[in-house]
Write a protein that binds this ligand. Structure first.
Ligand code: NAD
Length: 376
């Protein structure tokens, strides 16, 4: 178990707050997933039930931007690892999408269904207010638009809100994934439509459901799984989807496997079971380890790097922070560039015989290094 030793305190907002905010960068640096993160903060409020970690990975391109995940991690270490991995992904996501933001992410260790009280959220708003200037956040798993609106009333560094105009990012993320799946199919099969293409969607939440709507609209055959049986039943009746067990979806007889639940599902253990020739979905960190992309490549499976294909949500929330405010048309133009970027990655990866996630990371690093080299 890790402990925040000799924490460095950050000022919490004026007035009475029971929040304690500690700099745990030093503690985090002991973990395998630490990757030169600039700062990691632990916010605790015993009275209001908050334990939250905000990881700021890299701000070379701008202030850290990344959603807040509400999840009951089994340990503090697991939550910290999640924050470290997710924030690093955001750095790459912003860089590849050409956004003027750095990478950051927060996790609130709580069950979104039972623990997410107004008190907890108000404590979290205090934490965000203290981090203003270095961290902007919005929705992720377990944090809704209503929650973002609640936080935004208390602190300005919240996006993805009703007032800010961008609202729920999930349909925009789903649209980017939809376009990305088409780009992956084109790469492997040449031009064609989606009619009869079998797509296994793991997770029918905000993004997975919206993705199914678009795929179904163009004639794809859906195979679905979710731990929520009602969503599966609805997908079967609305889209004619074929339900499978949650532990069988990854090995389903499909052309595309679209992970849209949590991370780590594509691993050394599951890759040999995959029948799909493409892995392309919304989930962050679907690969258990970076080298799993090489394992996929060696099996001839095309992998659409997560932070490239799922950047639609980021593009949408970032648009709210642009000078002049949210512009839907400009946002959707940027989302339409996702398949173009993906195709360029697929081409470079194929030409050089390298895994697609290495090529995507290289493009992100090129952009970050260029920004660092620019005079301030
Ligand atoms: P969500 O919470 O709305 O949906 C997740 C769904 O997955 C739920 O329906 C849940 O029941 C289901 N699920 C959980 N465990 C499962 C399992 N073992 N098998 C099958 N289903 C399972 O979340 P979301 O907003 O749709 O996000 C989905 C993924 O996409 C996450 O990894 C998230 O980080 C990523 N993502 C989301 C956005 C966005 O705009 N919402 C943007 C980028 C990336």
């Amino acid at each position: 178990m890790l402990h925040a030793t000799e924490p460095r305190k950050l000022k919490v907002p004026a007035g009475k707050s029971t929040l304690v905010l500690d700099d745990i960068t030093e503690v985090a640096s002991k973990l395998q997933d630490f990757d030169q993160h600039e700062q990691v903060w632990l916010g605790r409020d015993a009275e209001r039930g908050l334990t939250a970690i905000a990881a700021i990975h890299n701000t070379a391109l701008g202030p850290g931007l990344g959603g807040t995940r509400v999840w009951p991690h089994e340990s503090f270490e697991a939550a910290l690892t999640d924050a470290l991995r997710l924030s690093r992904g955001m750095t790459y996501k912003s860089a590849v999408a050409g956004m003027p933001f750095g990478g950051a992410k927060a996790v609130i260790v709580a069950d979104a269904k039972t623990d997410k009280t107004p008190e907890l959220l108000s404590a979290y708003a205090d934490m965000l207010a203290a981090l203003e200037g270095q961290f902007y956040t919005g929705e992720d798993v377990g944090l809704t638009v209503a929650d973002a609106d609640f936080l935004r009333e208390r602190t300005p560094n919240v996006t993805g809100t009703t007032k800010g105009g961008s609202g729920n990012p999930s349909p925009v993320t789903a649209h980017g994934v939809f376009l990305g799946i088409k780009a992956a199919l084109k790469q492997q099969r040449g031009p064609g439509d989606l009619v009869g293409v079998r797509i296994a969607v793991q997770g029918l939440g905000s993004v997975g459901w919206a993705l199914c709507e678009e795929l179904h609209g163009e004639g794809a055959k859906l195979i679905v799984a979710d731990i929520d049986a009602q969503r599966v039943e609805r997908a079967a009746s609305e889209f004619g989807a074929t339900p499978v067990a949650t532990d069988a979806i990854i090995a389903a007889e499909a052309d595309v496997f679209a992970p849209c639940a949590l991370g780590g599902v594509v691993s050394e253990a599951t890759i040999p079971t995959l029948k799909a020739a493409i892995v392309a979905g919304a989930a962050n960190n679907p690969l258990a380890r970076h080298e799993d992309a090489r394992r996929l490549m060696e099996r001839g499976i095309l992998y659409a790097p997560d932070y490239v294909i799922n950047a639609g949500g980021l593009i949408n929330v970032a648009a709210e922070l642009a000078p002049g405010g949210y512009d839907r048309a400009a946002t959707m133009t940027k989302v339409a560039a996702i398949p173009v970027t993906l195709s360029a990655i697929f081409e470079r990866a194929q030409a050089q015989g390298r895994p697609t996630n290495d090529v995507a990371a290289e493009i992100a690093m090129e952009r970050i290094e260029k920004a660092k080299a620019r005079p301030a």
